[in-house]
Design a protein around this ligand. Structure first.
Ligand code: FNR
Ligand code: 8K6
Length: 347
């Protein structure tokens, strides 16, 4: 049963995984004071080390990257030491773990860091902040070219910190409407300088981040998550497709460990992608290792690997509900259904 899901895979020259199940990055808002990972988080991840690859919850690269309470960081010594406890626990159980590097851009509020949120352009989100009753997102400030340079360095430093903390690699969070994605979509990028206006300009900052992170830790230890279809904190624009086509043709030259689709339900299709699913569009334009995601059952994930649609599949909510997801699937045992109330505790 599920023979494709349990085949090992070579991700890059340095990384071989025992199976094709990835733990999707899952924000849990449970970091301690100073946004430091806790022992409870170490135990939570260690319990799931039998997946082929754990991708950490999104981890902020610096203070103004924060858009949710109690998310972990990866810039202070205490945060790096906290993550070292997590990666030690995962490695002790024979797991492999990447750190998802995050800056939310405009999906933020000054209550988190005392400064006005930043983005590609001064275009606000007309939404309420989840789990922060009464708060709406402010209009962000457009980043200057000098600030963009600084951010590129900060991503590279965060990647180096992640390796110092014992992570096996990093996943750059370029998906779900957060900072890098805000440069890649016309709805949020109205810049008229070298970072906006054309596909060449719109991919410039995300590609510079990818290249700086590759320089810091090596392409064989770098993954990237993208959402070419606008579905979270973003509106669709027909012109977005050309931006992602250019980005993907550039990524093909870089030999990353993997590309990963950012989506909640992979059956969603997008007019801006000529009616395709985000994952199908990415697969058509990218030949390297590709991780699918989005409401997959184990049987569907197995079939999608068998068909060549994905090389691995990331599982999110079922892994919150079932710490022993891998053994349950392997033994053909029933899974516990996910319930949003499960987000209140880390088990
Ligand atoms: C998420 N997701 C998410 N994605 C991401 O790139 N970084 C993150 O930190 C989070 N955090 C997060 C928290 C929670 C509570 C949920 C439910 C989801 C999205 C997640 O990685 C995945 O794409 C979706 O959950 C879809 O996969 P499943 O859950 O259908 O297997
Ligand atoms: C990335 C930070 C996430 C913080 C908590 C998110 C909780 C999500 C609950 C899942 C509901 C799925 C609904 C799908 C809508 C997609 C748009 C975000």
């Amino acid at each position: 049963m599920h023979q494709h899901l349990f085949q090992p895979i070579t991700l890059s020259k340095t990384l071989s995984l025992k199976n094709r199940i990835a733990m999707a990055p899952l924000t849990r808002c449970m970091a301690g004071p100073g946004l430091v990972p806790t022992q409870t988080m170490a135990d939570y991840y260690a319990r799931r080390a039998d997946v082929g690859l754990i991708i950490s919850e999104a981890t902020i690269i610096r203070a103004d990257a924060q858009g949710y309470p109690n998310v972990p960081g990866i810039w202070s010594t205490a945060q790096i030491e906290g993550w070292q406890r997590v990666t030690d626990a995962v490695h002790a159980n024979d797991g492999v773990m990447f750190c998802q590097l995050w800056h939310v851009g405009r999906v933020s509020h000054q209550i988190f860091h005392g400064t006005r949120p930043v983005s590609a352009s001064a275009i606000g989100l007309n939404e309420r902040i989840p789990r922060m009753p009464g708060l709406t997102y402010p209009v962000p400030r457009a980043l200057s070219a000098g600030e963009i340079e600084q951010l590129i360095e900060d991503y590279a430093t965060a990647a180096a910190n992640a390796r110092a903390a014992g992570f096996d690699g990093v996943e750059i969070h370029g998906a779900n409407g957060y900072l890098l994605d805000q440069f890649l979509h016309y709805a949020s990028n109205h810049r008229d300088d070298e970072f906006g206006g054309t596909p060449e300009n719109m991919v410039r900052f995300p590609l510079a981040v990818i290249d700086a992170v590759i320089d810091a830790v090596g392409a064989d230890r770098v993954g990237l998550r993208l959402s070419p279809g606008a579905y979270a904190h973003m509106s669709e624009d027909k012109r977005d497709k050309a931006v992602f086509e250019l980005l993907l043709s550039e990524l093909e030259k870089r030999n990353l460990a993997y590309l990963h689709v950012g989506i909640f339900d992979d059956s969603m299709t997008f007019e801006s992608l000529d009616g395709l699913q985000s994952s199908v569009f990415l697969r058509q334009n990218y030949k390297g290792n590709f991780i699918g995601c989005g409401s997959y059952t184990a049987a569907q994930a197995d079939a999608s690997i068998a068909s060549g649609a994905h090389d691995m599949v990331a599982i999110g909510r079922p892994l919150i509900a079932n710490p022993d997801y891998v053994s349950r699937v392997q033994q053909g045992e029933a899974l516990v259904d996910y319930d949003a109330d499960m987000l209140n505790t880390l088990v």
